[in-house]
Design a protein around this ligand. Structure first.
Ligand SMILES: [Zn+2]
Length: 224
């Protein structure tokens, strides 16, 4: 079924799915920002998706976009491709965790269902990608994953790093340089009010690291 979609459509569906997870729905402005396109072209594409048979999105002017069930299935299918590919690139081809996202963004549109199946088998049906994001199952169920933001923790909280937003390679390199990689465990040893900086002692590291909100909002943890 997914072969009928263009790469652009798949990127839209994935983006709307992602934005809906955090905001309940997606606005055209947010979609334009993520995909780095003009708001006018977003509006055009949304109309196309809403008019598709079957419709892939529901669109209400000024309220934004939600995926229909068909749109959601297509989005989760492409996310399964993406995350399986990321793990495959890292485990089998030796890519580092800051390189896999961009490569998977290209490959996710072109691999066949058979290729997807073989990757899943070679990797032993994995549940999470290198950044800790859940890999949807064959039946498109989403495995459990951490949703608590590190920014909500305070001194003396302990926990485990579970998941890191994967789109900024520079941030990923910074994090791995400091041992902030799933499943590292840590203790919060400091917090500065107003600017929200957190000091983290990562287990097994000598030096503590101070992280601002721009970073702590991109990291998901499990509190002990
Ligand atoms: Zn990714």
């Amino acid at each position: 079924m997914r072969d009928q979609f263009t790469h652009a459509i798949e990127d839209y569906l994935k983006t709307i799915y992602d934005l809906s997870l955090t905001h309940g729905r997606a606005s055209t402005t947010q979609i334009a920002e993520v995909l780095n396109v003009a708001p006018a072209s977003v509006t055009g594409m949304i109309k196309r998706l809403a008019g598709a048979k079957p419709p892939l999105v529901e669109y209400q002017k000024h309220r934004g976009v939600v995926l229909t069930q068909d749109g959601k299935i297509a989005a989760i299918e492409i996310i399964r491709h993406h995350r399986l590919l990321e793990l495959f690139l890292q485990e089998t081809l030796g890519y580092s965790w800051d390189e896999v996202h961009a490569e998977a963004d290209r490959l996710e549109h072109v691999i066949s269902e058979d290729f997807e199946e073989r990757i899943a088998r070679v990797l032993g049906d994995p549940t999470h990608n290198p950044h800790g994001d859940p890999i949807p199952t064959r039946d498109l169920e989403i495995p459990p994953h951490a949703t608590l933001c590190l920014s909500h923790l305070r001194p003396n909280d302990r926990g485990t790093i579970r998941r890191v937003r994967d789109t900024d390679p520079e941030l990923l390199r910074f994090l791995s340089d400091h041992g902030i990689v799933p499943p590292a465990s840590f203790t919060v040893t400091g917090y500065t009010p107003f600017d929200g900086n957190l000091t983290l002692q990562i287990n097994g590291r000598d030096q503590a690291v101070v992280l601002g909100m721009r970073i702590t909002q991109q990291i998901y943890v499990e509190r002990e």
